[in-house]
Design a protein around this ligand. Structure first.
Ligand SMILES: Nc1ncnc2c1ncn2[C@@H]1O[C@H](COP(=O)(O)OP(=O)(O)OP(=O)(O)O)[C@@H](O)[C@H]1O
Length: 277
């Protein structure tokens, strides 16, 4: 899954069309004196089947970038090429409908496909099997743990038949052990389905654990400042010395970037210490 970069933030396109391409993308919120430049001239390609993690200080525009790719908002300048019919989104909060069963939550994603009720239910059961929640279809979200709810959210994303998965800190609210399990699950599903993944995180080790590349954004306005290929063999372990070593290197670069912008100390990322998992 790893190969040399063809260009800055270019990625493993191998001559094929990227799954996601951002060219000279900028985003300004508001107008006049109150305007705020959130992203500045961002170029980024994600190849089909590639796992790209996006890191940067708080407020540097990571979520903005995802929302532009998802088409939830429009860039102020530049161009984004992606097939929006093939995108699924996952956020930190699973955003399930609490009054619906787990199965019905997944079935919602299948409605647009014009499938009958029976077939939707069968397909939802298959997706729940994939995320190891077979047998939980009749539960309501509140009966599940946080990790299980995120699995439902993942099943719903998969049910959309996406080949691009946009993930905004999807495991940020989970404990380290649950997160490790979900990393394994996500990696398996990503490989089986050959998904292109754009994954936003604050957690440097998580980025190195999962990514083919880790793309570092500057403090606001977000620009791509560095693109780290991660060539460690898979599966990786978040607590391995190799992951810690590369995470340390990236953390150092991230700190420099944050300090260069004179950020408050509490916005400076901690070393990639075990407790930062
Ligand atoms: N809808 C909006 N209107 C105005 N400003 C916004 C809007 N959305 C985001 N911003 C601003 O744009 C900047 C980038 O925000 P964004 O949420 O993309 O950053 P982020 O890197 O995802 O932050 P965090 O890591 O804290 O989640 C911030 O200064 C934020 O206040």
């Amino acid at each position: 899954m790893t190969a040399p970069l063809t260009e800055q933030a270019g990625g493993r396109t191998d001559g094929q069309q990227p799954a996601v391409r951002l060219q000279a993308v900028s985003k300004t919120y508001g107008q006049g004196k109150a305007s705020l430049l959130a992203l500045d001239n961002v170029a980024l390609d994600v190849a089909p089947g590639e796992f790209v993690c996006l890191l940067g200080a708080s407020g540097c525009g990571k979520s903005t970038l995802l929302s532009l790719v998802a088409g939830l908002d429009a860039p102020s300048a530049g161009r984004i090429d992606v097939d929006r019919r093939r995108i699924a989104l996952m956020f930190q909060e699973p955003a399930l409908f609490p009054w619906l069963t787990v199965s019905a939550n997944v079935e919602m994603a299948l409605r647009a496909k014009g499938l009958g009720k029976r077939e939707r239910r069968d397909r939802a059961a298959e997706y729940l099997e994939i995320v190891h929640l077979g047998g939980f279809g009749r539960k309501r979200p509140h009966e599940l743990s946080g990790g299980m709810r995120q699995r439902v959210s993942l099943a719903r994303a998969l049910a959309q038949d996406a080949d691009v998965l946009l993930m905004d800190e999807p495991f940020g609210a989970l404990d380290a052990m649950t997160r490790d399990l979900l990393h394994d699950e996500l990696e398996r599903i990503w490989r089986e389905r050959d998904l292109a993944v754009l994954f936003v995180t604050h957690n440097v080790r998580e980025a190195v654990r999962l990514g083919d590349r880790v793309v570092l954004l500057s403090s606001r306005p977000g620009r791509v400042v560095e693109d780290f290929p991660v060539t460690l063999p898979r599966p990786r372990r978040t607590d391995s010395a190799e992951v810690a070593e590369q995470a340390g290197e990236i953390t150092q670069r991230l700190r420099q970037e944050v300090m260069r912008h004179g950020a408050a100390p509490n916005r400076v990322p901690r070393e990639a210490a075990p407790d930062a998992r």
